[in-house]
Design a binder for this molecule. Structure first.
Ligand SMILES: [Zn+2]
Ligand SMILES: [Zn+2]
Length: 302
C-alpha cells in the first residue's frame, strides 16, 4: 500500500511540476500565497497544500467551458422566493473523466498534507475508480446539498462513506461549479435574495468581503460565488440582534471575524475598504488561520 501511495504522490508531483507551468506567469494568488509562506513560516504546510489545490483547480478550470445556463424568469423568481439556488446538476459542465482525475488528485493532495487518513484516502480512491458508483453519488450529493429541487436533506451521502469524502467532493466539483457561478454572477438579479446560503449552488458561505462601498458580500465555500448580505446578520442562523454578534479584527485591521452568540458559529471577512487588492478567498482563508484559532479559543466553530 505504501508503494501505491508513494506512486500516487509522485504522479501528482510530476503533473504539478509539468513544464507548462514554467512558461506561464504565476497567478496573483500563487504569488500572494508564497508571500504568506515567507512572512508566516508556521503556516507553511497550509500554504503548500493550498498551492497544490489552487494550481490543480486552475488547470482543470481552464479546460471547463463557460456554460450558458438558460433560466426562465418566473422559475427563477419561484426558486429565489423558496430560498432555492439556480444551478441544477444538469447545468454543470461536468466532463466525467476530468472530474475523476480532479477527484483523485484532490484526495492525493489532502493525503499528502495529512488532511485525511490513509484508510479514508484508499476508500476515496476506490470510489473514484468505479464510475457507476461515483457518478450517481455525485449527482445525488449535489442535488440534496444544494436543495435546488427542494429536497435539501441530511442523507446526502451513503451511510459508511469515508469521512473525508465530502471535503474531496467540494474541492473536486469546484472548478466546474465555479464556471457556473462565473457565468451567472453578472446577469442574475440577486436583489430578492436575502439568504445566508449560496444563490448559485446552495452551499454555505466560507468567507466574506467588506466592499469599498461598505457592503458585506458572502463567498460560497463550494462555487466561490458572491452575494450581498446584511453586514450584522449571522448567515448560519439569521440572528440579526447586533448585541449578540461579536466582531473583532486582525492586528493589521485587514480582516474581521463576525461570531454569533446565537448559534456559536463565525465567519471571517476581508476588509476591501482602502485595501491594495481585491479579496482573494483562496489566499485570505489561509492568511486568516490565526483568526480561526482566536475564534475557536473563544468557543466558536467555523
Ligand atoms: Zn455556491
Ligand atoms: Zn448564528
Amino acid at each position: 500500500m505504501l508503494t501505491h501511495l508513494r506512486r500516487a504522490a509522485l504522479q501528482c508531483q510530476v503533473m504539478s511540476d509539468h513544464p507548462v507551468r514554467a512558461q506561464r506567469a504565476e497567478s496573483r494568488e500563487v504569488v500572494e500565497l508564497k508571500q504568506i509562506r515567507t512572512n508566516q513560516p508556521d503556516l507553511a504546510d497550509a500554504v503548500e497544500m493550498q498551492l497544490g489545490l489552487v494550481e490543480m483547480q486552475r488547470r482543470v478550470q481552464s479546460r471547463v467551458p463557460l456554460p450558458w445556463i438558460q433560466v426562465d424568469a418566473s422559475w427563477l423568481r419561484d426558486q429565489q422566493a423558496a430560498g432555492r439556488p439556480i444551478v441544477r446538476f444538469a447545468d454543470i459542465p461536468l466532463e466525467w473523466s476530468d472530474f475523476r482525475l480532479t477527484f483523485r488528485q484532490t484526495a492525493d493532495i489532502l493525503r499528502r498534507y495529512e488532511a485525511i487518513e490513509p484508510a479514508e484516502h484508499e476508500a476515496i480512491l476506490a470510489l473514484g475508480r468505479e464510475s457507476n458508483v461515483l457518478e450517481p453519488l455525485v449527482a445525488r450529493w449535489y442535488t440534496v446539498t444544494s436543495g435546488v429541487d427542494g429536497e435539501k436533506g441530511r442523507d446526502s451521502l451513503p451511510a459508511n462513506s469515508p469521512s473525508g469524502l465530502e471535503q474531496v467532493l467540494v474541492l473536486a466539483l469546484r472548478p466546474f461549479l465555479a464556471r457556473c457561478a462565473e457565468s451567472l454572477i453578472q446577469r442574475t438579479d440577486l436583489s430578492a435574495w436575502h439568504h445566508g446560503h449560496c444563490p448559485f449552488c446552495g452551499w454555505e458561505p466560507d468567507f466574506a468581503v467588506i466592499t469599498p462601498g461598505a457592503e458585506r458580500h458572502l463567498i460560497c465555500g463550494r462555487c466561490l460565488g458572491q452575494w450581498p448580505f446584511a453586514p450584522h446578520t449571522c448567515p448560519f442562523c439569521a440572528n440579526d440582534d447586533r448585541s449578540r454578534i461579536v466582531s473583532f479584527t486582525s492586528r493589521d485591521g485587514r480582516y474581521r471575524v463576525y461570531a454569533c452568540d446565537g448559534c456559536r458559529r463565525y465567519i471571517k471577512a476581508y476588509d476591501a475598504r482602502n485595501a491594495a487588492r481585491p479579496v482573494m478567498v483562496l489566499v485570505d482563508s489561509i492568511a486568516t488561520l490565526p483568526l480561526d484559532a482566536a475564534a475557536m479559543q473563544r468557543g466558536y466553530t467555523g
